[in-house]
Design a protein around this ligand. Structure first.
Ligand code: G3H
Ligand code: ZN
Length: 287
């Protein structure tokens, strides 16, 4: 069932769990995530980066594919589709394509520019009942080829962006995309507390969900995070299993070269990663 991200997260905030945003890349990914969500009776958000959207054929294709699967796989748990780290034009395209939810990421611009464009996006999206996430304080690492240094957001800027009418806020709190380095300082709960104070009950989003230790995840949920984004961890799990399949020569036996067989261990690995995240985020049984 395709639902409003805002409503989904209001429930999560009230009941103290987080909904996983699992980024999708193709049909196998989407099917794996939806099947696990149904199996665990958990809500889920399918994240679509600009690059992944393009790879899958375009945003309308993504919406069509997800809607088709919801119907034919009989997925009844709450599901949303969310543009991840979108630019201005991508946001407009997703609004037109029927995404229930978008992220406008203006964190690379000046705060004035970010505020101005976020406000414009909020007006366009809200006119169609679409949920909007914005970002302040660039999240470090690499996302779709865009590099950023990890920052801790300025709570005053968070307050200003909250006033644009956004529904969700991604504020940098020392989190980074991709694998965390050995010497990572961890999440800044001081910043998280200050952001929370500055923005009231605005649902907060934690990006860079790959490899954040469980105690930090749980603490951030206790402090108001109700959406956690995961991308790299599924990719690593998928690739490791496909590599194993090929290295063991399974593609050379019988019809082992059939892509449906070749990709199966990878999609099973995605499923296990999603199960683990839903367990950690406390969303199992919350559909
Ligand atoms: O926006 C997507 C994410 O923040 C995912 O981060 O690739 O580190 O899991 P990750
Ligand atoms: Zn992100």
């Amino acid at each position: 069932m395709l639902v409003s991200t805002k409503k989904m997260l209001e429930k999560a905030e009230k009941e103290h769990y987080a909904v996983a945003q699992i980024n999708i890349n193709n049909l196998e990914w989407t099917k794996a995530v939806l099947e696990v969500s149904q199996e665990l009776n958990s809500p889920v958000i399918l994240g679509v980066s600009e690059g992944a959207g393009k790879y899958m054929g375009g945003y309308k294709t993504v919406v069509g594919m997800v809607k088709g699967m919801l119907e034919e796989l009989n997925i009844t748990v709450p599901v949303s589709i969310h543009l991840d780290h979108g630019g201005y034009d991508a946001c407009i395209k997703c609004i037109e394509a029927g995404f229930p939810s978008i992220m406008y990421d203006g964190s690379h611009d000046s705060i004035e520019e970010n505020l101005k464009k976020t406000k414009e996006i909020v007006e366009m999206a809200h006119a169609k009942g679409i949920t909007v996430e914005a970002e302040v304080g660039a999240i470090g690492g690499e996302e779709d080829g865009k590099l950023a240094a990890g920052e801790c957001a300025d709570p005053e800027e968070c307050r200003e962006i909250a006033e644009t009418g956004i529904d969700l806020l991604a504020a940098g709190i020392g989190n980074i995309h991709g694998k965390y380095p050995e010497n990572w300082a961890g999440l800044s709960f001081e910043t998280l507390e200050a952001v929370r104070k500055a923005t009231g009950h605005l649902p907060l989003v934690l990006h860079g969900g790959t490899g954040i230790p469980e105690d930090m995840v749980k603490k951030s949920i206790d402090m108001g995070v109700c959406k956690i984004n995961v991308n790299t961890e599924c990719q690593l799990a998928f690739t490791a299993e496909v590599r194993k399949y090929i290295e063991e020569g399974k593609d050379l036996v019988g019809k082992g070269f059939d892509p449906r067989k070749l990709l199966k261990p990878g999609t099973e690995a995605i499923k296990q990663t999603v199960r683990d995240k839903m367990e950690m985020f406390g969303s199992i049984g919350k559909a």
